[in-house]
Design a protein around this ligand. Structure first.
Ligand code: PXP
Length: 279
């Protein structure tokens, strides 16, 4: 039977019939049997954010569950990169996790971080493949908005130049706005990661509007020579329209995958998401 929740989520979006059908006809929690999108549909790569494995560990300040072990399982399941956020308040990932992660995985490690002196020093020492600069407020539950690149041109230029000199790729987590995209190019970033939070939180026509903004922002960023990733708030029900935006290379997803892993296991949760991305 058609799931009314999923139908209402997808009816205003310009999905292909094939993808719309597979969303509408499956029971809500069965993602495994979804048909793969056809070869002509874009295939996004997947970065799995493992922060929330550490959130659970930190709830008891213990050793388990181990985010490093989680990263190895994600890699084995086919994830293209591992993402973690070393926050200034260390609420989930700890300094030690970072160095262990770097040694444990073969796929790229993308470190989300504030452009703060202490964290810049740690990143320069640990040398992840990529850093993604994000805004950070202590009181927020998660990264709530994009980075104000336009308002921090000089500091970001200097920070990015340092990372590039060390051979570390740089991405900036920004809202899908022209002014921030232009500024990202100006400060020398190679990537932008478009914040999909507003898309994820909106419904109906509002969601279609947010999707359009993401599409336009992607086109504009690519026209400036930037590579485009996206993420935040994406889940098994809302991810397909975003991965179909031409030009988006990778989606970084954490909360939904780690949450689902509690019930189906991490390997299966990652594989299900990969399938939705046409992989
Ligand atoms: N990308 C960035 C830059 C983020 O800060 C986060 C959240 O840590 C994500 C992606 C993943 O968001 P979510 O956990 O909602 O999938």
């Amino acid at each position: 039977m058609t799931d009314p929740v999923i139908l209402s989520e997808t009816k205003n979006l310009s999905l292909s019939n094939e993808v719309r059908d597979c969303h509408a006809l499956r029971p809500r929690n069965d993602y495994v049997g979804l048909p793969r999108p056809s070869a002509s549909q874009r295939r996004c790569r997947l970065g799995v954010n493992i922060d929330h494995i550490a959130t659970l560990r930190q709830a008891r300040r213990g050793k388990k569950p181990d985010p490093v072990k989680g990263a190895i399982i994600c890699e084995k399941a086919g994830a293209d990169s591992i993402v973690c956020h070393l926050r200034e308040d260390r609420r989930h990932i700890q300094d030690k996790d970072l160095s262990l992660l770097k040694k444990a995985i073969k796929i790229p490690l993308n470190l989300e971080m504030a452009a703060a002196e202490e964290i810049i020093k740690i990143a320069s020492k640990e040398q992840p493949s990529q850093v993604t600069l994000v805004p950070e407020k202590r009181e927020e539950l998660t990264t709530e908005g994009g980075l104000d690149v336009k308002g921090n041109l000089e500091h970001l230029k200097k920070t990015i130049a340092g990372f590039k000199k060390a051979g570390i790729l740089v991405s900036l987590f920004i809202d899908p706005e022209t002014i921030q995209i232009k500024a990202s190019k100006e400060v020398g970033s190679q990537f932008v990661e478009l914040h999909t939070g507003r898309y994820s939180e909106s419904k109906g026509g509002g969601r279609a509007e947010e999707l359009k903004k993401l599409r336009r922002a992607t086109e504009f960023a690519i026209s400036l020579g930037l590579k485009v990733d996206a993420g935040h708030g994406l889940n098994y029900k809302n991810v397909v329209p975003v991965c179909q935006i031409p030009g988006i290379e990778k989606l970084n997803i954490g909360y939904a995958i780690i949450g689902r892993a509690l019930f189906v296991g991490l390997e299966k949760a990652v594989k299900e998401m990969l399938k939705l991305l046409g992989r």
